[in-house]
Design a protein around this ligand. Structure first.
Ligand code: DP6
Length: 347
């Protein structure tokens, strides 16, 4: 058996409303369930040139954003050992990977979610050629992505995605994400405008961030809070209740940073402008009564969320803000990965 080919996918990042922060012992088991919106524009693009031949020594070469990356090669090799349970052919695969993101590093957008999910999609397409054209199911694609990066499990589908065990949604589990059912049309098309206030955001590495939760004094309370917020959020999204959605969104964003502040070493990622923007958005919301809220990743930059219908008013608010910003990025609710190329042949 020998096949060779070239496959290319793009896969989006996502923004969590209920945050995944902390792991259980085991392989990428989240401490609590999380729920995110899949993005549309901010994407990773990955191409894999491959030869799969029994007896081959496995080989991988990675070029990331134009440069060979030994670090990513090592990371992918560790990931391959975990996922060879699904794709045993990785033990005799020769892979040349080229990957890049279409969003700047400075944006404070999680690139591991888009990057690892785009890798998982490429490998799934290769697997299909070894499996009578049968692509692994969405649950397997999400599971494989999760083993690379937890939040990547939520990027292989859209628009609203839940990952982690809860009784609130059928099929929800720690191994893979599921699409949130029964979402009111009010939430079908939200905009996410990212206000970049820091070009070199000290995004805490997820590995460090999650380990801080192991002995965190608020661990138990945080798990309870995340479950409660998830229930509120799912109800808000079912009913089309913006004010409840907004309440949970900001509570989760601020709680994520409160958890970091209360971690050993006191991790403070906000800049002065982050705080000023939060005040500004709340003041403007009070003044205009617009459905407008914010969330934050593990960084200093704000994600402003609002329904597409109020885009012009929100852009006026952003443009007339006295609070400085360095850049604005525009994104919105998205559906997930896209296959861009899939050529193969027997060799
Ligand atoms: C703050 O998914 O990047 O963005 O599983 O270790 O790769 P690893 O962590 P990662 O953590 C994401 C943390 C977060 C919240 C979220 O996306 O839910």
């Amino acid at each position: 058996m020998c096949i060779k080919g070239k496959v290319r996918f793009s896969s989006p990042s996502n923004i969590a409303i209920v945050k995944y922060w902390g792991k259980e012992p085991g392989d990428q088991i989240p401490m609590n369930p999380s729920l995110s919106m899949t993005l549309d524009h901010c994407r990773s693009f990955t191409t894999i040139d491959y030869v799969i031949k029994k007896g081959y020594e496995p080989h991988i070469e990675v070029v990331f954003e134009g440069k060979r990356s030994i670090d990513i090669e090592a990371k992918l090799q560790r990931w391959f050992t975990k996922i060879s349970y699904f794709f045993s052919w990785l033990n005799y695969a020769s892979l040349k990977v080229e990957s890049h993101n279409n969003f700047p590093h400075s944006a404070g957008i999680a690139s591991s979610a888009s990057g690892m999910s785009t890798m998982a999609m490429c490998l799934s397409a290769i697997d299909a050629h070894l499996n009578n054209g049968q692509m692994p199911g969405l649950d397997v694609q999400s599971n494989i992505s999760r083993l690379g990066s937890g939040s990547a499990s939520r990027s292989v589908m859209g628009p609203w995605v839940l990952w982690g065990k809860t009784d609130l949604v059928d099929g929800a589990c720690n191994e893979h994400a599921v699409v949130v059912p029964d979402v009111h049309s009010y939430f079908h098309n939200l905009k996410d405008t990212i206000i970049v206030v820091d070009k070199e955001p000290k995004r805490i590495s997820s590995r460090d961030g999650h380990t801080f939760m192991e002995l965190h004094p608020w661990r138990k309370g945080r798990i309870e809070q995340a479950h409660q917020n998830l229930e509120l959020l799912i109800n808000a999204m079912k009913k089309g209740d913006w004010s409840l959605f907004q309440k949970v969104t900001e509570n989760e964003a601020l709680s994520l940073h409160a958890l970091m502040l209360a971690s050993e070493g006191g991790i403070l990622l906000w800049k002065g402008n982050t705080v000023d923007w939060m005040h500004y958005i709340r003041d403007q919301r009070k003044r205009t009564s617009l459905p407008l809220t914010f969330t934050l990743d593990a960084g200093a930059n704000l994600h402003l969320l609002y329904p597409a219908e109020v885009k012009d008013q929100v852009m006026d608010i952003i443009e007339s803000s006295p609070v400085p910003r360095l850049e604005i990025l525009h994104d919105q609710t998205g559906k997930g990965p896209l296959m861009l190329l899939d050529e193969y042949d027997h060799c």
